[in-house]
Write a protein that binds this ligand. Structure first.
Ligand code: FAD
Length: 517
């Protein structure tokens, strides 16, 4: 078996990987993280996808163990503002659709249109987000205990995304630097070694595989398997193993971001339990409410907007208090490394691939990469079938998310400037156009979304298509032949349950203040 794993890079990807491997294999595999003191981490990446709960459960961590160390808060979904027109918003929550008489409630909504807010009519979470409620009662119970039956208490079942095949009703926001620090402690306690030094060269054997990394002050660090977590640099996978990077620029043109950290008084302002994505003239601004501060940033296309303009827009969005804050400008490498695994090198995190953070999938890709690595963990012979299968799985996850993101822009009604108009005519990834045309007549279902695993389910596609408003959708004709009595009852039940939950649940601030105490 392989004994020595060397991870280069100590950002979110590096320490998530070290923690997970230490938890999975204990001291049967030695894990070393080489992390530069000089090169900063990307410094953003604070909203997650709901499946991240499997990661913490796998590590045996309960919310109270880690959330207070990372200024973490809950995320029940994403609130999209101004994508249809200024002033409009809707939620894409982590909530499966209820099915009535064989059809999801979104189909019934198209047929009956009980109001003009589809999200309020078919999801409970839209009301909970509007009212800034916590998904947990003060005693820690989850608002819909059904979701977690058989999975609580957290920490016991060591299932992974694909085993579980389901989403939880919420994800988290957290301070990425604090999480990396917390996981550093977690991994080191379980035997991982940390070397604070720069990798200045990579030594390869006669096959071209990596035998060691040369550091500035600690000599050569040898290993059997090398994990590239060096971020957009791709020091091992791209620069050393020469795996090409496939750019998605033709379909997703946003290539830059500028970010700010905004301290706020949460008690006074409240704490919205969702990420907000507010459309702008050349992209969109994220608002991530953590416990104690907001992370915000403008993701934009440099073909349509200069860095100065973007920073100005962001500062105006935040308000005059932003004058004191230092902006972090980031150039994004959007796309994926052709093969995430090459020889004895596996890329995880930004080195592997990245799409703009519109659906918070960066950390999801990391988690998927780590879980798949454990499932495909090689013996000394490095069976090529394992490598191929791993590479397919990573490519599918990233390509699938790319399709889903392109859909956001194609479906957005907004077309008030060149950026938004060009989005409608830009290249569409293979296969998406055909599905897209089909969805106008028959709403997306599990078998007509991206064909392979990429995290998103049909309810996500339905949320985006109905919320963005640029694509007129038709109800399924069969519904006109059904009496629809059960659907009417379900709409009423959803309304009653939402009203009741908003009354009974504490505010997110109240719940978190107790947890963080
Ligand atoms: P980095 O954070 O860049 O870390 C690289 C590490 O490699 C550092 O420790 C550095 O010191 C080290 N290193 C580099 N070169 C060397 C060397 N020669 N020797 C030694 N060490 C070296 N994801 C989400 O899930 N949700 C979000 O909301 C989200 N928002 C984002 C917003 C933006 C604008 C961007 C760009 C990304 C966002 N992401 C998001 C993605 C997320 O930030 C990353 O997936 C995550 O931070 C992982 O980064 P990383 O660890 O791969 O790279």
């Amino acid at each position: 078996m392989l004994k020595n794993v060397v991870i280069v890079g100590g950002g979110t990807a590096g320490w998530m990987t070290a923690s997970y491997l230490s938890s999975a294999f204990g001291d049967r595999v030695s894990v070393t993280v080489v992390e530069s003191k000089r090169i900063a981490t990307i410094g953003v990446g604070e909203a997650t996808f709901s499946t991240v709960r499997h990661f913490f459960e796998y590590l045996g961590l309960r919310e109270q163990d880690w959330m207070p160390h990372c200024n973490a808060s809950y995320k029940l979904g994403i609130r999209f503002e101004n994508w249809r027109e200024k002033g409009h918003y809707f939620y894409h929550p982590f909530e499966r659709l209820r099915i009535v008489d064989g059809f999801p409630m979104t189909d019934w909504w198209l047929h009956k249109k009980p109001s003009d807010r589809f999200d309020q009519d078919v999801f409970l979470m839209a009301s909970i987000c509007d009212a800034q409620r916590s998904p947990r009662y003060l005693d820690g119970r989850l608002f819909e205990q059904d979701y977690v039956e058989g999975r609580e208490p957290a920490g016991t079942p060591r299932t992974t995304l694909l085993d579980q095949g389901t989403q939880f009703p919420y994800a988290y926001h957290f301070d990425a630097a604090m999480l990396a620090k917390f996981l550093t402690g977690y991994a080191k306690e379980r035997g991982a070694t940390q070397i604070l030094d720069d990798v200045v060269d990579v030594v390869r054997d006669e096959r071209g595989w990596i035998s060691s990394v040369r550091t500035a002050e600690h000599g050569d660090v040898a290993g059997d398997l090398f994990i590239d977590c060096t971020g957009f640099r791709g020091l091992l996978i791209n620069k050393t193993m020469e795996e090409p990077f496939i750019s998605f620029q033709d379909t997703l043109p946003n290539d830059s971001a500028v970010a700010l950290r905004v301290p706020v008084d949460m008690e006074e302002r409240g704490l919205r339990p969702c990420t907000t994505a507010t459309a702008q003239d050349a992209g969109w601004i994220w608002t991530i409410p953590l416990f104690g501060r907001i992370g915000t940033g403008y993701v934009y296309a440099s073909d349509y907007c200069s860095p100065e303009e973007a920073e100005r827009t962001l500062r105006e969005f935040v308000g005059p208090e932003s004058d004191e804050m230092e902006a972090n400008h980031i150039r994004m490498r959007v796309g994926r490394t052709r093969n995430a695994w090459s020889g004895n090198c596996v890329a995880i995190g930004l080195a592997c691939g990245f799409v703009e953070p519109l659906e918070s999938t960066g950390i999801f890709f990391i988690q998927h990469g780590i879980e798949q690595l454990v499932k495909h963990f090689p013996a000394q012979g490095f069976d090529p079938a394992l490598t191929d299968s791993y590479n397919r799985s990573m490519a599918d996850a990233i390509d699938g998310v790319r399709e889903f993101l392109v859909l956001h822009y194609k479906a957005a009604a907004r077309d008030d400037n060149a950026y938004w108009r060009d989005a409608k005519t830009r290249t569409t990834p293979d296969g998406l156009q055909e599905r897209f045309d089909q969805w106008r007549s028959k709403p997306p279902a599990a078998d007509t979304i991206f064909p392979r695993y990429h995290g998103f389910e049909s309810y996500s596609y339905l949320s985006i298509l109905l919320g963005m408003g640029g694509v007129p959708m038709k109800p399924t004709p069969a519904l006109a032949l059904m009496d629809g009595v059960a659907a009417d009852k379900e709409f009423q039940m959803l309304k009653d349950e939402a009203r009741d939950l908003v009354k009974r649940l504490p505010s997110q601030y109240e719940y978190l203040a107790q947890l963080h105490r």
